[in-house]
Design a protein around this ligand. Structure first.
Ligand code: SAH
Length: 279
């Protein structure tokens, strides 16, 4: 159902002049439905209405109860189904209609997810709100790619950075280049060349290992590894598509030994192939 439908949608099963509903601001994690928290699943099951983003995977959408109206209110680059301030108001409006609202988005709502903005608006309106944390892409995708965010003797820290800003990107590249620990870029795909150039110009070695993780934690996950200097070429050569995460740092090398997800899915695929051939 579209955004215009959600505006029209009213509580039909509830009485007017009722107490307001509550809002669950839910992180859905990076895609694999098994990575939803129990609390996230409970709020999906208990909600009167669900408002979801494009990063909420189809496998997770399949868990929405058929009887609960669910509306897409997401944004993909340069295409927002609804402006953010209207969405904030919509959460308030639906709760004031007495509906319990499950506002679900990819990863964690407080990590590059505008969860803070939505929560501020809902709280200002005096509506009860509960934040349900989700596994953010940096944690989920690196785990499924066999890249530990920190590793004793290799990386003593990790910084999450956005590659996208509505106006100017206020990133201190010099500091980032000097941290000597893992850097994870969200929304950085179209800025891959700028990211590598800035980091190298500010002193990070061009040889620093780098990885692109496309569709992390999903069966179609791809991990492309190389050097920081090659980042933009890797994106072009492999036709990497969104959603994708960029990881920069020596921890990337550990994937040689720690990869488990691809090994497991490859094994499962070959077993299915063998079964098909012998059937
Ligand atoms: N709130 C989300 C991030 C939203 S910003 C979170 O906590 O994960 C959107 C960016 O997140 C994407 O452009 C991409 O860089 C990253 N991302 C989210 N899910 C991803 C996935 N399954 N695989 C790779 N990158 C992902």
């Amino acid at each position: 159902m579209s955004v215009s439908d959600v505006v029209k949608f009213k509580a039909t099963t509830k009485m007017p002049n009722l107490t307001p509903g509550k809002v669950w601001l839910v992180g859905a994690g990076p895609g694999d439905p098994d990575l939803l928290t129990i609390k996230a699943l409970r709020s999906i099951e208990q909600a009167d209405i669900i408002l979801f983003d494009n990063l909420v995977s189809q496998a997770i959408r399949d868990l929405f109860p058929a009887s609960t109206p669910a509306f897409y209110v997401g944004k993909i680059k340069d295409a927002h189904s609804i402006p953010q301030h209207e969405l904030n108001d919509l959460l308030v409006e639906k709760a004031q209609q007495g509906l319990n609202v499950c506002r679900i988005k990819g990863g964690d709502a407080f990590v590059f997810g505008r969860g803070g903005e939505e929560m501020l608006r809902v709280k200002e309106a005096g509506i009860d709100v509960e934040l349900v944390p989700g596994i953010t892409a940096a944690a989920g995708c690196t785990s499924y790619a066999g890249i530990p965010l920190t590793h004793r003797g290799v990386s003593q820290g990790c910084t999450f950075v956005t590659g996208h800003a509505e106006k100017e990107l206020g990133v201190n590249w010099k500091s980032l280049a000097q941290l000597e620990h893992t850097l994870v870029f969200y929304m950085g795909l179209s800025k891959a060349r700028m990211i590598s150039t800035k980091l190298i110009t500010e002193g990070l070695s061009a040889q620093t290992p780098a990885a692109l993780i496309e569709n992390g934690c999903c069966p179609e996950q791809r991990v492309i590894r190389g050097k920081l200097s090659e980042l933009a070429e890797m994106v072009e050569r492999e036709h990497v598509q969104s959603p994708a995460l960029i990881v920069v740092g020596d921890v990337v090398k550990l994937a040689d030994r720690l990869d488990w997800f691809k090994t497991m899915t490859d094994q499962q695929n070959s077993e299915t192939q063998i079964k098909k051939l012998s059937a």
